[in-house]
Design a protein around this ligand. Structure first.
Ligand code: 6GU
Length: 240
């Protein structure tokens, strides 16, 4: 087995086990930036498992033809079940997530909830999907990241992991900044500016230079509402 591990510590931390047919895809995104920092600080542990390593087939096959007419391969039960069973014999999992375009769409409240859990399995869908019996027996949550089709569930697993890990206290340097994200209050974020106060004739709005924090917060809220009205009016509907 050559499961590789992004972790540095063994305390009570967020642990995500990702089951994939394409483990190498995770090298870049999980070795950089915020996730790297979370792993280095010992706040998160990400374990990538190559489903193929668990195949008992002599050719290490992990897929087979779908029953019935038509083209398309389906991920087989055995390697996925063996990998999940092994993990479940080692610790208790709070959720087994399957990434699939026909899952529920990931929204901020779900990411907030997942960030409070400890042990997660994410199974990355591929081909025409995994044998339905895996979904019935093991999967507790099926997630999509939007209404478009990706080649596989890996990018979705990375998006889900990122959205969760950044919310864990101590991951972001400014702890309040995750709370002021777009969507956390149901609004898009207001515009932001930094120095210089004037560049090539373009000025920062005067109010930001006035020194009155309360006024600036009011302005930010107005701008957030204005932007949300313009770009995502459906977010302002009460029945959403
Ligand atoms: Cl989770 N998987 C695939 N293959 N495509 C997607 C998706 C997931 N979410 C949106 N598109």
């Amino acid at each position: 087995m050559n499961d590789f591990v992004f972790s540095q510590s063994k305390q009570n931390i967020m642990r995500i086990d990702i089951l994939t047919l394409f483990p190498e895809m995770f090298n870049g995104p999980f070795s950089e930036s915020m996730i790297k920092r979370a792993v280095e600080k010992g706040i998160a542990e990400i374990h990538i498992h190559n489903i193929r390593d668990y195949s008992t087939n002599k050719h290490k096959r992990v897929d087979d033809y779908a029953y019935g007419p038509g083209a398309g391969m389906v991920m087989t039960i055995q390697p996925v079940a063996d990998c999940i069973n092994k993990l479940m014999s080692e610790r208790r999992y709070d959720a087994v997530i399957y990434t699939t375009p026909d899952g529920e769409r990931l929204e901020q409240p779900r990411a907030n909830h997942l960030s409070t859990l400890n042990n997660l399995i994410i199974l990355c869908g591929h081909y025409k999907g995994v044998d339905e019996r895996i979904r019935e027996k093991y999967v507790t949550m099926e997630l999509s990241i939007g209404d478009y089709v990706l080649t596989g569930g890996e990018l979705a697993a990375m998006v889900i992991s990122d959205s969760i890990i950044r919310l864990i206290p101590g991951v972001l340097s400014d702890e309040t900044s995750a709370l002021s994200d777009s969507f956390q209050n149901g609004l898009l974020s207001p515009p932001v500016y930094t120095r210089p106060a004037e560049y090539d004739g373009m000025k920062v709005p005067d109010i930001l230079l006035c020194g009155d924090d309360k006024k600036i917060e009011e302005w930010r809220l107005e701008e957030a509402i204005k932007r949300t009205k313009e770009r995502r009016p459906e977010l302002l509907d009460d029945d959403q």
